[in-house]
Every structure is written in structure tokens, then in C-alpha cells.
Design a protein around this ligand. Structure first.
Ligand code: SF4
Length: 445
């Protein structure tokens, strides 16, 4: 570990604040691994759940992140070689986390196949167990499929994807480096009331289940009592929660500022916008996905263009100066139709309100387990044409584009077969990540 990396760990640790006190030393120490950066890992509720459950069970743990500014094989809390830990608990929320885990095992010269590995015991959970259960169970020694429940860590293995009976998770540690800076994250609902055909979340987490307002308020109160004055409310769409108004009012009384994940046009009321603005939210985030109303409805997003315009007008009159909209490129195979309809809707929005319109565009990935799993993964040239058209025809919109390569990576890791893992691993080692991904993207196309 370099001096610079050691300094970096010390700096981050000194800036962290715990809602519940952890224990880092003891014979029973487990390594809780997030195969991704610190800032994202500490903002991930699944990762925080593992830390919270270990604290609750009185167990000691250490943490490990795969982060370019941190050491690549030394633990975060006690700075010990990660191979000193006999048990690793790994959460895999996304495809890239799976790729990072594969690379880590390679780097440490550990067999990728769980049954060939004597040490450490690797317990894996998280949404990737829904997306690619065959590969995860091949790599893991123990796979916890589905939502981890209050039975974890006593129960380490379930092979059937299951929904938790007790949900309502909150984070136990935060700091300025988290993507939700200094916020205690509180789950306010799990699952979703909408049925977007491309969406994995809805398939994996099922119908919406709300966390009781009493439980949410209790968490806010205990966070406030311990000096935290910022909370992040987490749900597929925070506006879908029937008692969200009361929760926001409670935050106001407690003088706690709020950030929220995405909001749904169909359920976002003017009162809620007003409350959010008063609680420090500066920008609303709404998923539009496609510019054509009919296509949007077929995809499972029922709101009309007029409703979107009205929502933005209401946001403007409540003091919001910017809005962030999510779109998906390549979700139909006609790039010109996708581009023209998005440009026309965006230009209509620009004419209707005097707000900064920020658009974040991802690339459609047909996810296994969704009704669109057999749809075509869009060709790079079509996605580029769609994007070029939008940039030249929407001069007042600020675009951010997810790199096409990231989507390609998701496509491959979501479908990678256990029998292909050895070839994938050799290509990764000998030809590099991009060549390995390209090879398998073509193979699975
Ligand atoms: S609203 Fe969001 S989380 Fe719910 S089904 Fe649609 S895309 Fe998925």
C-alpha cells in the first residue's frame, strides 16, 4: 500500500460518521466487499444492509472497495491483506460489479469457480443473483438469491429468489465522499407499482410494498438525535408513497434536509414539489424514457406529453430552476423515430418552461427476466445516429450520454454462461476487457 493510498483511507475514515457503532477487530471478522468505488458502495443500501445486519448480530467486520484511489488488496478499516479474511460477504448490484469481482479473483490468483476454491468462503447476494443466477452460483460458495432478510447472516444461502418479509433498510454510515453526501439513506418503499417492460427492478422486487410512516419517522428521529441533519429517501419513485407528504412535513419539523431518488409524473403533486423545494431539493428527476407518447405507454409509462409539460410548469412555479430527465436510446429499432420524437418533446418542453433541461441518456439493454429480454441489443451506429440528431436539434438541452460500451458490458455480464467463464477470463487476461466484452457481445447477439 502506497503512502498516498494510506493517507486516502485515513482521510475518508476520519470524515465518516456512523449511525450505529461498528466493531472492526475480533476473531469473527468478516470482509464486506463492494466490487466498485467507495463513493457508490457507501451509497448502496444493499451494502449498508450487510453492515447493519453484522452490527446487529454483534459481529465484527472490515470493508473492501475496488477503487482506483484505494489499495487493491488491503482492507479498508484495519489495513490487512484481504486474503487474511476467511469469509467475504459480497453484494453485486450491477453487472460492472460482477466484472470487478471476476478481475479481483484473477488478480489474487483465486479460482473463479466456487467449488474449486478452498479459501475464502465467498457469500454473494444482490440483484445480479436475479439477472444471472447460473453464473453467480457458479462463482459463489454461497449464494443468497433475492432480498436478504432479517435471517441474514444466520441464513447465508437461498437459491430461490425471495422477497423479504421485513424491509425498510437504512444506512448505518455516511460521509462527504458518498454520492449521497453526508446523508442517512432511508428506504421508503420497495418494489414498484408500475410495470415498465424493460425494467429489471420491477421483475426482481415485485409489486410495491411501503415502509410504514412510523418506521420511517423513527429512523429520521434517531438519525437527527445522533446529529445527522440530511436524509435521502429511497424508492423506485418516492412520489408513489401515499404518506410521503407526512414524511416530508416531519422532516421540516425536525429541520432535516432531504434528497430523493426518482419521481413519477403520474404521482408527483404540486404540494410535494413545494415541500421538496423547501427541504433543499433543487432539481427534480423524472424518467421519461421515450419521446413518443404511444411508445411510452406500450413500454409501461402511461403519462402523456401534456402531463409532462404541466409537471414542469408546476415545478417552475414552485421555484425549481432545473429538471433532470432520463431517456433510453435504442429502445425501438428505428433510431430516426426515437430521435425525432425525443427532439420534438424536448423542444416543446424548452418552449413551455424557462428551466434548465438536463437529459441523461442510457442505452437500452434487454435484461434477462424482463418481458423485453429477447429484444435486440441496439447497434452502436444507430445509438450514435440517434444521439447526433438530438444534439444538433435540441440546442437548449444539456445532454449526458452513458457510453455505449457500458451498455455492452451490461449485456454481456447479464448473459455470460458458466461454461464461458473460463474463455472470458482468458480473453480478459490476455487481450483486455474491451476485447473480451466485444467477443461475447458478438457471440450472444
Ligand atoms: S417506474 Fe421505474 S422502477 Fe418502476 S417499473 Fe418503471 S422503470 Fe421500473
Amino acid at each position: 500500500m502506497s503512502w498516498k493510498q494510506e493517507q486516502e483511507i485515513d482521510k475518508i475514515k476520519a470524515s465518516e460518521r456512523w449511525l450505529q457503532e461498528p466493531r472492526f477487530f475480533g476473531d469473527d471478522t468478516e470482509l464486506v466487499v463492494f466490487p466498485g468505488s467507495y463513493s457508490i458502495g457507501v451509497a448502496n443500501l444493499g451494502y449498508q444492509f450487510l453492515l447493519g445486519r453484522l452490527i446487529h448480530a454483534g459481529k465484527s467486520f472490515d470493508r473492501f472497495f475496488i477503487d482506483t484511489s484505494l489499495p487493491d488488496s488491503i482492507s479498508f478499516d484495519t489495513k490487512r491483506p484481504i486474503l487474511d479474511f476467511p469469509r467475504w460477504d459480497v453484494t453485486l448490484p450491477f453487472e460492472d460489479n460482477l466484472l470487478q469481482l471476476i478481475k479481483l479473483l484473477q488478480r489474487l490468483n483465486l479460482p473463479l469457480q466456487g467449488s474449486m476454491r478452498q479459501y475464502p468462503i465467498i457469500n454473494i447476494g444482490g440483484p445480479m443473483t436475479f439477472i444471472n443466477p447460473a453464473l453467480i452460483s457458479f462463482i459463489a460458495n454461497e449464494m443468497y438469491a433475492g432480498e436478504a432478510d432479517d435471517d441474514w447472516p444466520e441464513v447465508r444461502e437461498t437459491t430461490e429468489w425471495k422477497l423479504s418479509a421485513h424491509f425498510g433498510v437504512n444506512s448505518v454510515v455516511t460521509g462527504p465522499r458518498s454520492v449521497f453526501k453526508n446523508s442517512i439513506l432511508i428506504e421508503v418503499a420497495r418494489g414498484c407499482m408500475w410495470q415498465c417492460k424493460f425494467c429489471l427492478y420491477r421483475r426482481a422486487y415485485g409489486r410495491i410494498r411501503f415502509v410504514s410512516k412510523e418506521r420511517v419517522m423513527e429512523t429520521i428521529s434517531s438519525a437527527k438525535a445522533k446529529g445527522f441533519d440530511k436524509v435521502g429517501l429511497i424508492a423506485a419513485n418516492v412520489s408513489d408513497v401515499p404518506w410521503i407528504g407526512e414524511i416530508l412535513q416531519f422532516c421540516e419539523q425536525k429541520n432535516v434536509s432531504v434528497s430523493v431518488s426518482s419521481l413519477a409524473v403520474e404521482t408527483l403533486s404540486e404540494e410535494m414539489m413545494h415541500a421538496l423545494k423547501g427541504l433543499g431539493v433543487d432539481q427534480l428527476t423524472v424518467a421519461v424514457e421515450h419521446g413518443d407518447e404511444k411508445t411510452r405507454q406500450q413500454l409501461g409509462k402511461p403519462f402523456t406529453d401534456d402531463e409532462l409539460v404541466d409537471t414542469l410548469k408546476a415545478a417552475e412555479s414552485n421555484g425549481f430552476r432545473s429538471v433532470k430527465l432520463y431517456f433510453i436510446n435504442g429502445i425501438t429499432d428505428d433510431w430516426s423515430f426515437n430521435a425525432c420524437s425525443a427532439a420534438s418533446l424536448l423542444n416543446r418542453l424548452c418552449e413551455s418552461v424557462n428551466m434548465k433541461i438536463r437529459v441523461s441518456m442510457s442505452v437500452f439493454v434487454p435484461k434477462p427476466g424482463t418481458p423485453m429480454e429477447d429484444a435486440l441489443f441496439p447497434a452502436q451506429k444507430d445509438v450514435e445516429e440517434e444521439r447526433k440528431f438530438l444534439v444538433s436539434n435540441c440546442p437548449h438541452v444539456e445532454f449526458t450520454f452513458e457510453p455505449y460500451y457500458e451498455a455492452r458490458k451490461e449485456f454481456v455480464l447479464g448473459r455470460l454462461l458458466p461454461e464461458d467463464l473460463s474463455l472470458f477470463s482468458s480473453l480478459l487476461k490476455e487481450n483486455g476487457e474491451r476485447k473480451a466484452i466485444k467477443f461475447f457481445a458478438e457471440k450472444y447477439a
